[in-house]
Design a protein around this ligand. Structure first.
Ligand SMILES: [Zn+2]
Length: 381
């Protein structure tokens, strides 16, 4: 036929033939190399190329490699332009990878991902004098490209995760702030609804510090220990002082004390208080201050209770009762290092209408608290 084979490299000539590959061939007498055999298996061809390259790389330093790649003019299998391109590509691959990557990315952007057609001779190559068949992609390049894509994907993923994390943080923070705001709002509303809107004119601590109230005149007449009014159980740390009314119009302090005393005999009900203030201002102590009274169901173990007598039908205290209540309360607050806002109506704990007048007249109760504060400040030594 007059054709002769040109193998890809002289060293592997034998192997190429053994694999049944023909490689390229040229017309006798030189001329342009031309791809001939369509049936040539791309895979085999590339495996051969790969094998050759890795072999060469293993043995020969890069410079020699480059030198070898440029073959004498007669034996070139590519056009000069293509050789230059290949040389350039090879240099870029081995040399400045970053630059190469940037260039590829720019190209990608510019020609809409047709990087491939630019870097590898093929259909879109404007040189024109090269093999017009698309060359299959070198697996090494492919691998490199996949590696780059993977990195790219990882970067995108990382960016997405960062944004997501940011969102979650913002949502969490907003939620937390809202929750806190709502919490503060309800908290600041609570005491107004449950207790009172009494606002101390002086700092709580100052009132406590200023409180030098002496013990008022108190008649100690303790009940006999019994299961219904004086159980004799130990009182814990006092947190509040409760004010009650006897719910028995016109009765005296002594009468009410007797009523508690009699409960121990009749067993009619459980009730008592540490103090009873009569409508003439007299104060009777029924239970020692280290024992509990049966006065406020939930709070018997950490509070002290004061019963107040009254004459008026609406339950309003007489002025004498009121003044005695101020003195007694002020002294108790001093003893337990509490402030006027630690005073409570029975009503505040459980909703019972006690003391009636000061439940139905909220402002009267608030006036009592501010009177108490002034009483304490006046008594300052
Ligand atoms: Zn009560």
């Amino acid at each position: 036929m007059g054709l002769e084979f040109i193998d890809i490299s002289r060293e592997e000539g034998e192997r190429v033939r053994a694999n049944g590959t023909t490689g390229s061939r040229r017309e006798p007498g030189g001329g342009r190399p031309r791809p001939v055999r369509q049936e040539t298996s791309r895979t085999i061809r590339y495996e051969n190329q790969r094998a050759r390259r890795s072999e060469v790389q293993r043995q020969v330093p890069a410079q020699t490699q480059r030198a070898r790649r440029t073959r004498p003019a007669g034996e070139r299998m590519y056009s000069e332009a293509e050789e230059r391109r290949r040389e350039y590509n090879a240099r870029n691959r081995n040399g400045n990878r970053l630059q190469n990557e940037n260039r590829s990315r720019d190209n990608n952007r510019r020609n809409g991902g047709r990087e491939r057609s630019r870097n590898y001779a093929g259909y879109n190559n404007p040189g024109g004098n090269v093999v017009r068949r698309p060359r299959p992609v070198d697996p090494r390049v492919q691998r490199e490209r996949m590696r780059r894509r993977k990195i790219q994907r990882q970067r995108v993923m990382a960016a997405k995760m960062t944004v997501l994390l940011g969102f979650v943080l913002v949502i969490f923070f907003t939620g937390f702030t809202l929750y806190k705001l709502i919490g503060d709002f309800t908290k600041s509303n609570e005491p107004q609804q449950t207790f009172n809107s009494y606002t101390p004119t002086v700092e709580r601590r100052e009132v406590i510090k200023a409180n030098e109230t002496n013990k008022p005149i108190i008649t100690e007449d303790f009940l006999t220990i019994n299961e219904y009014s004086r159980p004799g159980e130990k009182l814990g740390k006092v947190k509040n002082i409760f004010v009650h009314y006897t719910a028995n119009q016109g009765t005296s302090a002594a009468q009410n004390r007797s009523y508690f005393e009699n409960l121990g005999i009749t067993g009619e009900t459980s009730a008592s208080a540490h103090f009873v203030i009569g409508y003439e201002g007299e104060i009777i102590q029924c239970i020692p201050l280290d024992e509990i009274a049966y006065a406020v169901v939930q709070r018997n173990y950490d509070s002290i209770s004061i019963e107040c007598c009254y004459l008026s039908e609406d339950g309003k205290f007489t002025d004498e009762t009121y003044q005695s209540l101020l003195r007694l309360s002020a002294w108790l607050l001093k003893e337990y290092k509490l402030a006027p806002d630690d005073m409570r109506r029975h009503y505040d704990e459980g909703g019972k209408k006690c003391p009636l007048y000061y439940v139905e007249h909220e402002e009267a109760w608030e006036k009592f608290l501010s009177d108490l504060e002034q009483h304490i400040m006046k008594n300052q030594v």
